[in-house]
Design a protein around this ligand. Structure first.
Ligand code: HPA
Ligand code: ZN
Length: 366
């Protein structure tokens, strides 16, 4: 009798402790989520074409009289079956065929700005891929006018500032990249830098050394994708650093395999724009351990969404997934946000305004 009473009391106490622990855990998770959602953020790695939502694909197809092979936006999402970079790119390029007119590009960019404004993103450096549109007969001016108008409206109406980065597709020739650099020269005041994206396999940075040299001469900043676990990634990263002399690297997670490379990246203060949820799709890992290692080494790692409409995660969802997986502290989360403002391509007074906004948020939240 006494024995069974003790057992019962023990079981009761155990379940109470477990419930309490679960409650504390849930409360902490909720607090961390709110902390992330309200934190001022900058996004430095997002492809505007990768923000094309399935509903918008349908609306544009209808307006532009384009037949789609899918019946509903959900059918589009169901077709998102990415296992690596090429399988993602195939769907990404096919969908953007609905973008034809200036207002299509305006809507694309403005809808993205609206989404991130609601997530407390206050600064963005979006990419666009002009070759993916001019190759379909869309004028360069149509693309850049639409995006630029959205940038102005986003700053005025939503308080989101932005600077645009023009990307070259690395699976096309350097001659085509040069042709597009020439096209952007009349719009130099609308572009902050150039990047390199698309399929990395057998398309090393050195293939584009001339166009990047010319871009630098025109005063443009330089960045390049070094996607995770690509063939020859170590060589590609050293070419970025030593031949192209980039200002930033997109992804760049494999730098951790080379101590000398990490040291060089730290020494030069080069930012790494990591994209956790995108990485989970294409390399089956959120790279949380890698991001923590970068922070511990003093590398300027940042969190970004890459192609949020496809990976179904904008900035907050990326930060939250990363925090949950890696149990990141508030200080680490703040450091990731601070890194983005520190490596952003803005003038020093603007940088200080952003950093002060983050510092006062941190002080209020402490
Ligand atoms: N990598 C390379 N090219 C891309 C990507 C990416 O993550 N997204 C859109 N184009
Ligand atoms: Zn990318």
């Amino acid at each position: 009798m006494i024995h069974s009473t003790i057992v019962l009391a023990w079981k009761f106490w155990l379940s109470l402790t477990l419930k309490l622990k679960k409650h504390v855990y849930n409360t902490e998770a909720k607090q961390m989520k709110t902390f992330i959602e309200k934190m001022p953020k900058a996004e430095l790695h997002v492809h505007l074409e990768g923000t094309l939502e399935p509903e918008h694909i349908f609306a544009l197809a209808q307006r532009n009289g384009i037949d789609l092979e899918y019946k509903t936006p959900q059918d589009v999402i169901d077709a998102y079956d990415f296992v690596d970079l090429p399988s993602f790119l195939k769907i990404y390029y096919a969908a953007m065929n609905v973008l034809r007119e200036e207002r299509d590009f305006y809507e694309l960019a403005y809808q993205y700005f609206e989404k991130v404004a609601a997530e407390n993103v206050i600064y963005v450096e979006p990419f666009f891929d002009p070759q993916a549109h001019t190759s379909r007969g869309v004028e360069f001016s149509t693309i850049i006018d639409g995006i630029h108008r959205a940038q102005i409206d986003a700053e005025t109406n939503l308080g989101v500032k932005s600077n645009l980065i023009m990307c070259f597709l690395r699976d096309l020739s350097e001659a085509s990249a040069i042709e597009h650099l020439d096209m952007c020269l009349p719009y130099l005041d609308r572009i902050i830098g150039v990047g390199l994206d698309s399929d990395e396999k057998d398309n090393p940075p050195s293939k584009f050394s001339e166009v990047f040299r010319r871009a630098r001469e025109h005063g443009l900043k330089l960045t390049m994708h070094c996607d995770v676990n690509q063939k020859d990634i170590g060589e590609h990263m050293w070419e970025c650093l030593n031949d192209i002399r980039v200002d930033r690297i997109d992804h760049g997670v494999n730098s951790l395999e080379d101590d000398a490379m990490c040291d060089e990246i730290v020494k030069r203060g080069i930012g790494l724009t990591v994209c956790p949820v995108s990485n989970r799709f294409v390399v089956q890992s959120l790279t949380a351990n890698e991001i923590r290692s970068m922070l511990q080494k003093g590398m300027k790692a940042t969190v970004n969404s890459d192609d949020p409409a496809y990976f179904r995660a904008y900035m907050n969802e990326n930060f939250i997934a990363l925090q949950e997986e890696g149990d990141f502290t508030k200080e680490e989360i703040l450091q990731l946000s601070r890194n983005a403002f520190e490596v952003a391509w803005v003038d020093e007074p603007q940088r200080q305004v952003f950093l002060q906004a983050l510092d006062s948020y941190a002080a209020d939240a402490a």
